[in-house]
Write a protein that binds this ligand. Structure first.
Ligand SMILES: [Zn+2]
Length: 472
């Protein structure tokens, strides 16, 4: 497939380092609050990318970090410590906050049909690796100590990489915002690898290191976790475009200095979700979450549909009006699938041209809206219902809109009372699911979710507990 590589600002054919295997890294959430739907846009599009690569036949090894430390709003020790602010706001410890919002993040992902990456690594579980990487950077002369902290020396690089021209301006802003903040830096673009001196003296989480009691800088976790889990050559690094500078720039600097050779080949960045006020961000307050959408009566998958309707390289503007349009389109799509007869066998030869169109659409820089068009085209075509159903299921491996499941539920007549025996069975499963989630036994929780889905149970997690009803 071809992707727009932010490293070169060109559309390029994806050719992995090892044939047949894609090693993919994703910057995970900073777990101090619920994810807003703007963040989740990135995770939805990354999920489509992963699933499409699998659909094309690649093995995809995907790793995501969880930022539960190294969480400053900027690496210059300015701004607020987000984790600590979250802990203070909710009168909890930093680790309690991290665990709660990590679970909340994956619960949102589940509702949006975002597959959990194979490997999920909380930053706090890898402090020894970060220390080792910083140590090596010091030994190689790419880092220096000043005022108690360890800094990366960007002047030692032949090229301090900044993505595309668009980020020159961000660089200027970043430098301007941080220039007075830290007199220890030799160059304005230098960044902290390890803190022992910080304005956050009440930091809850600190670790022993060769440079004193402290904690890692913002960027080191992604480099260290990626190199350890995915090796020295990374194929695709994903993230929201706001991570491109300084976070990804600094990841490249320290990873390549550490490894001594180029590191990641393709950078996949998803553009912002805007609202009427501009870019959606947690700091503006009043954030939109998956729960907000559910409370307003939207199926979270209608939001996934909304995201799939536009291209990931374009900023997307959110309004309830446009979400309504997506929700209606989603509902009509399910109705069309529900109207297909379940009789007969698919004609695979007749399906093939549509599969090829779908591959071509998604293969052209992940053009999801064109992929949806192919889906509509096949529903309009003169293929048999069985072939149409087959293709809907086939494409939905990538789109993940639960089309066949929703259609099956929609086709059933509206149920009357739930039989007592079934209700008891559902309650038992829900109790098992709660237990599995409490024990963070995700495979078990997923298996129970599948069983509940097979029974057409719609589960909703509310502040008052779990609610459920049968799909009509
Ligand atoms: Zn990262």
């Amino acid at each position: 497939m071809e992707l727009t590589n932010t490293l070169t600002m060109k559309r390029e054919q994806v050719i992995p380092h090892e044939p047949g295997v894609i090693r993919m890294y994703t910057c995970g959430p900073t777990v101090y609050h619920y994810a807003h739907i703007g963040n989740l846009r990135s995770y939805i599009m990354e999920d489509v990318l992963e699933k499409f690569l699998r659909y094309e036949g690649f093995r995809v090894d995907r790793v995501m970090n969880i930022t539960d430390v190294g969480h400053l709003s900027s690496d210059a020790d300015t701004g607020e410590d987000k984790m600590l602010a979250g802990a203070k706001r909710e009168h909890k410890s930093v680790m309690e906050i991290a665990r709660f919002y990590t679970d909340a993040f994956f619960a949102d992902c589940e509702k949006l049909n975002i597959r959990r990456p194979d490997t999920v690594v909380p930053a706090t579980s890898r402090i020894a690796d970060f220390i080792q990487m910083v140590q090596t950077l010091l030994e190689k002369g790419y880092a220096y100590q000043a005022g108690g902290n360890v800094y990366f020396d960007t002047a030692k690089l032949n090229n301090y990489y900044v993505f595309g021209n668009q980020n020159r301006e961000d660089l200027a802003v970043g430098v301007r915002d941080t220039v007075d903040a830290d007199a220890n830096k030799r160059s304005k673009t230098d960044f902290v690898l390890w803190f022992t001196k910080s304005k956050f003296e009440d930091q809850e989480l600190k670790w022993e290191s060769p440079w004193g009691l402290g904690y890692p800088g913002w960027h080191i976790e992604c480099s260290a976790i990626s190199v350890k889990e995915l090796g020295e050559y990374l194929d695709i690094h994903c993230g929201g475009i706001d991570n491109a500078f300084p976070h990804h720039t600094n990841e490249i600097a320290q990873s390549e200095a550490y490894l001594g050779h180029p590191w990641c080949k393709y950078w996949f960045h998803v553009l912002h979700l805007n609202d009427a006020r501009g870019k959606m961000s947690k700091s503006k307050g009043g954030i939109l979450t998956v729960s907000t959408l559910e409370e307003k009566g939207y199926d979270p998958l209608a939001y996934r549909m909304f995201c799939l309707q536009s291209h990931y390289r374009k900023p997307l503007t959110f309004s309830y009006e446009s979400l309504d349009n997506a929700a209606n389109a989603y509902k009509r799509l399910i109705e069309r699938v529900a109207a297909l007869s379940e009789e007969g066998e698919p004609d695979l030869a007749a399906a093939q041209p549509f599969k090829e169109k779908f591959l071509a659409a998604l293969g052209a820089d992940l053009n999801t809206s064109l992929g949806l068009t192919v889906l509509y085209d096949l529903l309009k075509s003169d293929l048999t219902d069985a072939t149409k159903r087959y293709l809907v299921g086939d494409f939905d491996q990538v789109l993940s809109l639960s089309l066949l499941e929703k259609a099956k539920a929609a086709a059933k007549p509206a149920g009357a009372e739930v039989p007592a025996e079934l209700a008891a069975q559902i309650e038992t499963l829900l109790a098992q699911r709660a237990e599995a989630r409490k024990n963070r036994d995700w495979p078990a929780a997923d298996a129970i979710r599948d069983q509940l889905a097979a029974l057409h149970v719609v589960v909703k997690d509310t502040p008052q507990g779990v609610e459920w009803h049968l799909e009509r």
